[in-house]
Write a protein that binds this ligand. Structure first.
Ligand code: HEC
Length: 118
């Protein structure tokens, strides 16, 4: 396997090289303004995904949900967003270290606007 990223990159570079900003808005990541998928502020939205009766995955925590969403995007499709659009091959292209770093970042990420909705 030739990993896209090793996990040693700074978080900004890691996300850009993995291509996530093309489809996702990510708080704190410059240029991450993609609109194809949901904004990645799982610190705010993660718990409601796990609580959705349509959720049939294995994750027990928001962190596990993030890893599952990246490695097996077909397990749960966020309502209002297209299925079969997020690449299914990230599990083969991201090193374990990169995946851990992504999960740590996204589980804390929330809308950075101080006056935005809660
Ligand atoms: C080609 C577009 C595309 C790319 C590139 C992409 N995603 Fe996605 N992603 C989506 C779409 C569309 C969804 C919503 C549908 C679904 O749940 O599969 C999604 C869903 C997600 C979710 C679930 C979000 C939620 O609110 O529950 C996470 C987490 C996620 N992506 C992370 C990533 C990460 C991390 C990367 C880069 C390693 C990435 N995505 C790259 C399109 C993309």
């Amino acid at each position: 396997m030739v990993p896209l990223v090793t996990g040693d990159e700074p978080i900004q570079e890691l996300f850009v090289r993995a291509g996530c900003p093309v489809c996702h808005q990510i708080p704190g990541i410059a240029g991450a303004k993609g609109q194809v998928g949901p904004p990645l502020w799982l610190g705010r939205t993660g718990a409601s995904r796990l609580a959705d009766p349509q959720y049939k995955g294995q994750a027990q925590t928001v962190r596990e949900y993030i890893v599952e969403s990246v490695v097996s995007p077909g397990i749960y499709v966020v309502p209002g967003f297209p299925a079969n659009t997020m690449p299914a091959w990230y599990g083969r292209k991201l090193s374990a270290g990169a995946l851990a770093k992504i999960a740590s970042y996204l589980e804390q990420a929330a809308d950075e606007s101080p006056t935005g909705p809660p």
